[in-house]
Write a protein that binds this ligand. Structure first.
Ligand SMILES: Nc1ncnc2c1ncn2[C@@H]1O[C@H](COP(=O)(O)OP(=O)(O)OP(=O)(O)O)[C@@H](O)[C@H]1O
Ligand SMILES: N[C@@H](CCO)C(=O)O
Length: 324
């Protein structure tokens, strides 16, 4: 369920008449994703993605996201590039929603993460961080540490129904995370949601996975660069039984470091950054879990998957737990 807004053929043709993209050949709604309505478009000039931004994206922030994507693409990163209409504007309106067309990226996201994905992912993350240098406009992380206590408060009423004792455990964990949270680490533009479903791969001639592009920059923000790596360690390096795969982590961190070596302070902070990242996804999932009416056509993600990750990170003494 990710096509919230239906577009008629006539409305789309009228919309496209403002662009120099040729004639419409085909379009279809894309069922994946939960935040926005996405359509795959084929015109006589190529393939594109049309996105209608739904309620969860603040329209005032769209110019920053689109500006970042344009900057990253201009600096060599393979990511969707906003396409401007003839008047030079990429951000427009369709069916009463903010809308934009971006270039289509080839590739597929990995349904099952293998070790061979993790090195290329680490390198792609370092490339993203390098490409973001020079994009000076800042966007604070609205889901950063300052948001976690208020979010936990909003889950208080329903949280223990998900698992008895959950709220007390999270109170204890959060207190420890906030106390140890680093004050000053290298900062820059981070993706902040680089999960497997936001990374496309193609196999190279030898069959090894190669990153073909990164998508979905609508949580991107300005924050600690190493926090982005902590998010990826959470999202890519746990097995279906929630055991931590140290070989995948080592491959990811080494590939990242081959392009951007981590500082001593970043290495020392990695375990608490991983705890924070697990807390962030646990809390947004718990909020959705406890606030989505039964029967709503939205796929809820299991918050407890992130409790298991959080416990792993809380037990990690230092960077050796991550394969370094
Ligand atoms: N530039 C692109 N090129 C090719 N496919 C794309 C592109 N952008 C989006 N898609 C397709 O649309 C799907 C949903 O996109 P996306 O993850 O951005 O949506 P969303 O609703 O914002 O999702 P999420 O719930 O992950 O935040 C992707 O899995 C992919 O199949
Ligand atoms: N990646 C997030 C969803 C928001 O994109 C999660 O798995 O909780």
């Amino acid at each position: 369920m990710a096509v919230y807004t239906e577009i008629s053929d006539e409305a789309l043709r009228a919309y496209l008449s403002d662009y120099s993209l040729g004639e419409l050949v085909a379009f279809r709604g894309i069922a994946e994703g939960v935040e926005n309505s996405n359509y795959a478009l084929k015109t006589t000039t190529g393939d594109y993605i049309l996105t209608l931004y739904e309620k969860r994206v603040d329209p005032a922030e769209l110019p920053w996201f689109l500006g970042l994507m344009r900057h990253l693409a201009a600096h060599g990163l393979s990511c969707p590039q906003p396409v401007a209409a003839r008047d030079g504007e990429a951000l427009r309106e369709l069916c009463g929603r903010p809308a934009a067309i971006c270039t289509f990226l080839p590739g597929v996201w990995p349904r099952r993460v293998r070790q061979g994905h993790c090195g290329p992912l680490g390198a792609a993350l370092a490339e993203l961080h390098a490409a973001g240098t020079g994009f000076t406009a800042e966007r604070p992380n609205s889901l950063g540490p300052q948001s976690w206590a208020p979010l936990l408060d909003r889950c208080r009423a329903g949280g223990d129904a998900v698992q008895p004792g959950l709220i007390a455990e999270l109170d204890g964990q959060l207190e420890g995370i906030l106390r140890a949270w680093p004050r000053d680490l290298p900062r820059g533009q981070i993706h902040a949601d680089l999960f497997p479903d936001n990374v496309f791969f193609l196999d190279d001639a030898g069959g090894a996975p190669r990153v073909s592009g990164l998508i979905d920059f609508y949580f991107a923000c300005t924050d600690f660069l190493a926090y982005d790596l902590a998010i990826c360690l959470n999202a890519w390096c746990f097995e279906p039984d929630f055991s931590f795969n140290i070989t995948k982590a080592r491959a990811m961190i080494h590939a990242y470091q081959s392009l951007r070596p981590l500082t001593e302070a970043e290495l020392a902070a990695l375990p608490v950054l991983c705890r924070g990242a697990a807390m962030r996804f646990l809390l947004t999932r718990l909020f959705d879990w406890t606030h989505t009416p039964a029967g709503a056509m939205v796929t809820r993600k299991d918050p407890l998957e992130y409790l298991k990750r959080l416990r792993f990170h809380a037990a990690a003494q230092d960077i050796h737990a991550y394969g370094l």
